[in-house]
Design a protein. Structure first.
Length: 380
């Protein structure tokens, strides 16, 4: 594709994203002050259509981008706007204010991204299975109820309310908690089994039937942290867009979104594909003569994945685009952030926002957990 075709394709995508109307040659000349005649632009548009980059809906004289056209735009013609400093400051404050748990930070991320993009946001909780248990505290709330507080590496805090035998008092509960911590501290979550935690019963003189109930509840609390939670925000933001005036189209999409774990599984697959592509890309670059410069450029690029229309392997999302990125808390813990919207989206702005939120989330998490969080579990 030569430079003139690139200019025209970019102008058509930009105009269609803004107006949701097929774009004609005369409007291109008028809106973009192109130095080409309308006849020249019509010829180029016809060639772009033959290349599969544009489509002509019905009998309209205008054109609109195809999936392939959007792909060419994202891969070759995209510009990413900078996020203003004041917006960055506000985002950091919103994500970090009064944080107690990782879950709160993830929920706020989904809320912030939906508001800024006007699309649907999906954020997956981190995978903790490869992390280790640093501390576990069990604290009495009232007779029969307690809270289990887990501190994972690197300082991520989770808590869960549990039921305990009403015969257990605060001193007994503290003794059981210390026994569990001695038994499990430093172990990977994947390696903790019910058999493993049951051995803590041997370190107490309390009745076995009482201890075993607390051990089981603590075990469930630990295993709950391995579950991937899905946080979705902005479900009704999409109803503002013209594409969702089609009731059948909207219904198919929302049927998919309701299957949250399926969406989460697809995002995990996208992450694995992204990591594989990065590895293959770096392997190729290392063989180039300009490897040092190319490697630096590759590492500086924001890591995101864009799936457009038919590229999305989820039935019901054929008319959508799905942009994802991977966030990290430390070296071992990672999760996914995604934005779903119509194919007619402002790709540059959305990618800038999702990359920016990724960076802020990682920074806030690093700062928060470097301080050990604010949870009483790490005191004393």
């Amino acid at each position: 594709m030569d430079d003139r075709k690139k200019i025209i394709l970019k102008a058509i995508v930009d105009d269609y994203v803004r107006t949701c109307e097929p774009v004609g040659s005369k409007s291109l000349v008028r809106r973009h002050n192109l130095s080409y005649s309308s006849a020249t632009i019509r010829n180029e548009m016809a060639e772009l259509e033959e290349m599969g980059l544009l489509i002509k809906p019905h009998t309209s004289a205008g054109r609109m981008p195809s999936d392939k056209g959007y792909r060419a735009y994202v891969d070759n013609l995209l510009s990413l706007p900078e996020i203003p400093l004041e917006e960055e400051i506000a985002a950091r404050q919103f994500l970090s204010e009064n944080l107690r748990e990782a879950r709160e930070m993830i929920e706020r991320t989904a809320e912030y991204l939906a508001e800024k993009t006007n699309y649907l946001s999906v954020v997956l909780s981190p995978q903790y299975s490869d992390t280790s248990l640093e501390q576990i505290k069990i604290m009495m709330i009232e007779p029969g109820r307690a809270i289990v507080v887990l501190v994972l590496s690197p300082g991520v805090v989770h808590d869960r309310l549990i039921r305990i035998p009403s015969l257990i008092d605060e001193k007994d509960l503290q003794e059981i908690g210390h026994a569990i911590e001695r038994c499990l501290a430093g172990k990977r979550l994947d390696d903790i089994t019910l058999v493993t935690i049951s051995s803590a019963a041997e370190a107490t003189d309390l009745p076995e039937v009482l201890v075993n109930q607390v051990l089981y509840e603590a075990y469930i609390a630990i295993k709950q942290t391995e579950r991937i939670d899905v946080y979705i925000d902005g479900k009704y933001q999409l109803l503002k867009h013209p594409e969702f005036r089609d009731v059948n189209r909207a219904s198919r999409f929302y049927d998919v979104v309701r299957q949250e774990q399926m969406v989460a599984g697809y995002m995990r697959e996208m992450e694995q594909e992204e990591e594989q592509n990065i590895v293959e890309g770096l392997d190729k670059i290392e063989k180039m003569e300009s490897a040092p410069k190319a490697l630096a450029t590759q590492k500086d690029r924001p890591a995101y994945m864009v799936r457009i229309g038919q590229e999305i392997a989820l039935s019901g999302m054929e008319d959508m685009s799905f942009i994802t990125t991977t966030y990290r808390i430390g070296r071992q813990i990672s999760g996914q952030i995604g934005v779903i919207g119509p194919k007619r989206m402002e790709y540059g702005n959305i990618i800038s926002q999702i990359s920016f939120v990724n960076r802020v989330l990682c920074d806030v998490a690093k700062d928060h957990y470097a301080r050990g969080g604010d949870h009483p579990a790490i005191e004393g």
